[in-house]
Design a protein around this ligand. Sequence first.
Ligand code: ADP
Length: 552
Amino acid sequence: MNRHTSELARLDVSDTAGVFAARQLGRGLAATLALEQQDQIRVATALSEISRSAVTAGRTAVITFGIDDAEMLLTVTMDGEPPADGIAAAARLMDQVAADGHIVRMTKRRPPGVRPDPGLIREQLAAVQPRSALDELRRQNQDLITALEDLKQQKDQLLVLNAELQETNSGVMALYSELSDELEQTNRGVVALYAELDEKSERLRAASESKDRFWANVSHELRTPLNSIIGLTRLLAEPAPDGTALDPERLYQVELIKNSGGTLLVLVNDLLDVAKAESGQLHMDPAQVDLPALFGRLRGLARPMAEGKPVEVIVSADGGPDTPVTILTDEVALTSILRNLLSNGIKYTDRGEVRLSTRVTGPRLEIIVADTGIGIPAGLHDHVFEEFYQVPGVHRGGTGLGLPYARRLARILGGDLTLTSEPDAGTTVVLDLPLSTPAVGTVLLADDDAAFRGVLKGLLEGLADRVLEAGDGREALALVDGNPVDLVLTDMRMPGMDGTALLARLPAQVPAIVVTGADVPPPSRASGVLRKDELTRERLEFALRGVIRGEP
Ligand code: ADP
């Protein structure tokens, strides 16, 4: 480091008086340079110690006092080797002490920016007159007292700090115990809340089930008398066998009763459909459905609905070269969904067109019904799929059950129904359906009839990656134990362990479909039931789709 050093003073030390002088001058200069009081004492003591060791060893020393920008620099030059005890003492008091031959260099950091006044330094040098040992003792005692006071102050501060720390600690402890109390209470609350939630959802499930049962029963009970009413009004409206007819006023009233009865019957039928779909009682009969033929029938069905309106109904089977001719699904359900969508489109469109078209996207077929009708406000697109929901201010007959029912059917078919719409521009509803069935990994067949296992194995060709066979429940369980089985197809009646026992012991994560010759009610553990005498590849494939989707 190349710093500018300037010398402030120089002192010769050869006896005890010199030692005192070194001490005094060191302290005075340190004060002039605005060092802290403790550092002043340190500098003074370091000089006094190094001088004392020199004098004790019979040496003489020359001390120069200097400064640079950052430090106070003291150089002690002796006429022989500097004694080690002096250097050691100084080393503990100064920032840096380096001995080089006969020279000891010591530094102490000083506050920046303090310019020593040359006049003051001269005064200090003059003040370093030889003093009595008694004076110096008093001086040193004073230093000692100051040091002790400093120490006491620090100790007091430490005590205050300690007390504060203790207080803070006990505060923290109190807070902590309060927090953990609160946490415990919150936890208890959460546990209670969960218990309540479980109970509520159980009640909700039960309520939903009894609602479905209620609707199913009520619809059924209502239909019979309704049909009688409608039949009787028809009879009343016709001329009697003796030729007498109702007067026009009566006839008008009877027609009103007949029409109201008809409306009521539609509502009851819709209700029955929805209730059945919800309780999973809808019987699906999957087969390869011929799409052009289906669309032809829909065209014939929908056109009369638009009669008397400037609305064109277009049912186009041409969705491009990828469009399949057939699709594996339930024809009744598919017809019902599309009839519903077409009927809505025509009902809510005053002019323009209602168009049914198709599009293939990857492994799925989209059937799109788009109209140019009144549309549905943006916030209500989800609501129209809720039972009984009808857009406020729009009354065109209907029950508000069409869309929820159609969506339910779509999901049973492994698809879904989505709607986009803009008021006064029109509505587009898309039904998407699966075109293929992803292969299930390993299927285990449990049946005592080896020939039927062979039939099943043949039907599973291309639908399963691997087929394992077992002659009864016990063998099946052993195979499930040692293999990753993705699905079990089991007979009910088997010697040894039968299907019921097997289902009860099967790990919960392994889905099972019952394939049985007997007309048994499906065990609740089973994901599906197939009748042996009606088994087709289509029915099997459709049942596998349900298992892959995780639906019964
Ligand atoms: P609804 O028997 O009343 O037609 P839906 O469940 O089929 O019952 O439809 C619910 C409501 O959604 C309807 O009342 C109607 O307000 C609205 N909606 C359904 N389809 C359309 C459509 N294509 N255009 C405009 N609004 C529609």
